[in-house]
Design a protein around this ligand. Structure first.
Ligand SMILES: [Zn+2]
Length: 307
């Protein structure tokens, strides 16, 4: 479940998505309405599978949440989501075992088991879309931290007095480099730069339009991509120094432009990371839009030896 969309998928033990459906999140309706939506999508997707063949339901959502207690602590972008015992509610609604995980961590687990992180003992997964989130695999296990709240990567400060963030601070990585931040900047600059391709989208310009414009050689599009790559690079340099991963895996909507962003990210890493960290590859996620649902499924799928 995300702030804009709820996706439900039927996933088998090999990580293959057998069925998938989605709907717009009823954010205004609050948690009870969302549970009803999930129940409806679940019924749609699981129609082909006998109840006996379902191992359970893995759920991932934006945090902060207490995955052990099964409680959402408070989602800054969604009103009414404070101290919601979502696992208990869903267990009752779906009549199956339910496991909860932070969305970034779940996607990291999905990429670890079936995607770009296969075989690695240390990597950081970063999702760049409406916000920025992620998960850290360190020394062959998921890094959890106190109350399992580790890896809120999007809220590390990378710019003093920077853009305001949903968390109340300024200059968070998410506020500077998320897809929404990129769209917002594009809206502002497109109005000031005459002749840009981006002008024709008016106030509806998004990160996707920026990528399309850059691909078509539009000067403002290219400038925005270069700036986005630099901000992503800044956060990634911090992650390299903190966790010494074997790779940094980038997913989320903005990673559709990964090929455009990659040279700028690499250049920033080479310029700013300590020499011992410069050769660490920054790669695209392999599960694409499915990292989250596959990762959520991994929470309940029989395990193949990984913690
Ligand atoms: Zn923040």
């Amino acid at each position: 479940m995300g702030g804009t969309q709820i996706r439900v998928a039927l996933v088998n033990g090999q990580g293959a998505v057998l069925a998938r459906t989605a709907t717009a999140t009823d954010a205004a309706g609050g948690p009870r309405a969302v549970v009803r939506q999930i129940r409806q999508l679940f019924a749609e997707v699981s129609r082909g599978a006998g109840p006996a063949s379902l191992a359970g339901v893995g759920v991932c959502m934006p945090g902060p949440l207490d995955s052990e207690a099964g409680v959402v602590l408070g989602i800054p972008t969604l009103p009414g989501w404070v101290d919601i015992p979502i696992v208990a509610w869903l267990r009752e609604a779906l009549d199956l075992p339910v496991t909860l995980e932070n969305d970034g961590v779940a996607a990291a687990i999905g990429e670890w088991r079936f995607g770009a992180g296969r075989g690695l003992s240390d990597f950081v997964y970063v999702t760049v879309s409406t916000g920025i989130g992620g998960g850290v695999i360190a020394d062959g296990r998921v890094l959890r931290g106190r109350r399992r709240l580790a890896a809120h990567l999007g809220h590390m400060t990378i710019l003093a007095q920077g853009a305001p963030c949903s968390c109340g601070n300024r200059g968070c990585w998410e506020a500077q480099a998320s897809g929404s931040a990129l769209g917002e900047l594009a809206r502002r600059l497109a109005a000031e730069v005459p002749g840009s391709d981006l002008l024709r989208h008016g106030p509806a310009v998004t990160a996707r339009h920026v990528m399309e414009a850059a691909r078509a050689g539009d000067a403002l599009g290219l400038q925005l991509v270069a700036r986005e790559a630099e901000f992503l690079g800044m956060g990634i340099v911090n992650l390299l120094h903190l966790f010494s991963p074997q790779a940094v895996v980038i997913g989320g909507g903005v990673s559709n432009g990964f090929d455009l962003l990659h040279p700028g990210i690499e250049a920033h890493v080479r310029a700013c990371a300590l020499p011992a960290f410069c050769a660490v590859p920054v790669v695209a996620a392999q599960l694409g839009q499915n990292s989250g649902v596959v990762g959520a499924a991994c929470l309940v799928l029989p395990r193949s030896g990984k913690p």
